[in-house]
Design a protein around this ligand. Structure first.
Ligand code: GLU
Length: 411
């Protein structure tokens, strides 16, 4: 299933329950602007390669459009379009003053040198610098992109438009970024997981958690949950996973990855398993924190965790989602579960605009407050309307965007 069809299914369900008119649905489903640009760069060996970059600006009814920039070989217009709409609902669920956007370049960053990636990033900015900016559309890191790349974006944007640190978020702390942004998505995943456990009356210490994906989000979620005395029974990355029923030493796994080019391969603190085995592991919480579309009709039946927390964007396809609902498996949806990242991006943008610094305690405190409020709203709506958490989150997000659209007027 195409990513945009999957998200459309979730949107339609909420739109039906909200009784949205066909004309409002069409407006909300149609992106404001979609651009595709050519990115020719010279590789270190002198060879010319031509890449394709995308930026989809989905909706700005509630504020400037916001969303990450992804470097991954699978990036295409349909995926970026789907992920841009997800950002619109996500920023609305946590009620921060943004719309939604997403961008991407189809490339495998592991096969490019740092200098090549810098050329790609600056060339992409050359092509789109007139289309984004602090009050228009603010990119941020996503899969395959890093804080350093955000620094290049800010620097290059400045060559055209002057000093404007708020044109991009997720920057390095030493280059107009903020402490607490990098950890924020994983921290949010962790803190919301604890809220789900508490609401379901489960005790937290000893909770068995399996995490697919050991990048920025997966590692910070693992650390947060391990600190809360959960047992991280499995972790994985693209090369496969490691399982230890008594609990993986998360710091040890992190140390291993850091000294092995970010990879878990060769980690001695667990038994080797495949990613498919990780998804089917006997555990209490399953956290897909890597690619989209990993839980499908084909493997949903094998899932044994009673709780799934979507740290990745769109990891569960609609057919799998329906199977989970039938089996009483609780799914905390991406547009709430991983909203910590964009929420902390908002804090960075606010501080950049004010030329002021909050400090990490305030960032964490405000993050926990905003995510906690959104969680309560979604949980209450889910109980009062007797719908899954995903449907409740979409109802909250889509409803807010529809109301802002109506208030602003469409003429
Ligand atoms: N890429 C992240 C997401 O999917 C963060 C976006 C942002 O900070 O703007 O939510």
């Amino acid at each position: 299933m195409r990513p945009s069809d999957a998200i459309r299914t979730y949107f339609d369900r909420a739109a039906d329950l909200l009784d949205l008119s066909p004309s409002m649905r069409r407006l909300l489903l149609t992106a404001k602007r979609e651009v595709q640009v050519r990115i020719p760069i010279e590789r270190d060996g002198g060879e010319l390669v031509t890449l394709v970059g995308y930026r989809v600006q989905h909706n700005d009814a509630r504020g400037p459009m916001k969303g990450g920039l992804r470097y991954h070989p699978q990036v295409d217009l349909d995926e970026v379009r789907a992920l841009a709409s997800l950002m619109t609902w996500k920023t609305a669920v946590v009620d921060i003053p943004y719309g939604g956007a997403k961008g991407g370049v189809a490339l495998d960053p592991a096969t490019y040198s740092t200098r090549e990636l810098e050329r790609v990033t600056r060339r992409f900015v050359d092509e789109i610098h007139d289309l984004f900016g602090p009050d228009v559309d603010i990119p941020a890191p996503d899969m395959g992109t890093t804080a350093d790349m955000m620094a290049w974006i800010m620097n290059h944007y400045g060559r055209y438009h002057g000093f404007a640190p708020a044109c991009v978020t997720g920057k390095p702390v030493d280059y107009h970024g903020i402490p607490g942004r990098e950890e924020a998505t994983g921290r949010g995943v962790g803190s919301l997981t604890l809220k789900v456990l508490s609401r379901l009356g489960r005790s937290i210490p000893g909770t068995r958690v399996a995490i697919q994906g050991f990048g920025n989000v997966g590692t910070h979620a693992a650390k947060y949950l391990a600190d809360a005395e959960c047992r991280i029974v499995a972790v994985s990355d693209a090369g496969g996973g490691y399982h230890r029923a008594s609990g993986i030493d998360v710091l040890e796994a992190l140390r291993h990855a850091r000294s092995h080019a970010g990879r878990l391969e060769g980690f001695a603190g667990g038994d080797r398993i495949t990613n498919a085995e990780l998804l089917a592991l006997e555990c209490d919480v399953l956290i897909p924190a890597a690619l989209g579309g990993v839980l499908t009709a084909a493997n949903a039946g094998a899932v044994r965790a009673p709780i799934i927390v979507e740290a990745a964007n769109a990891p569960v396809e609609p057919e799998a989602d329906a199977m989970f609902a039938d089996r009483g498996i609780v799914v905390l949806p991406d547009i709430l579960a991983n909203a910590g990242g964009v929420t902390a991006s908002w804090f960075e943008w606010v501080q950049n605009r004010q030329h002021y610094q909050w400090g990490v305690d305030r960032v964490r405190g405000e993050l926990d407050r905003i995510l906690g409020t959104a969680f309560e709203h979604v949980w209450q709506l889910s109980s009062s309307r007797q719908v899954p958490l995903r449907t409740a989150a979409y109802m909250l997000g889509v409803g807010r965007v529809a109301r802002a659209t109506a208030l602003g007027g469409t003429a």
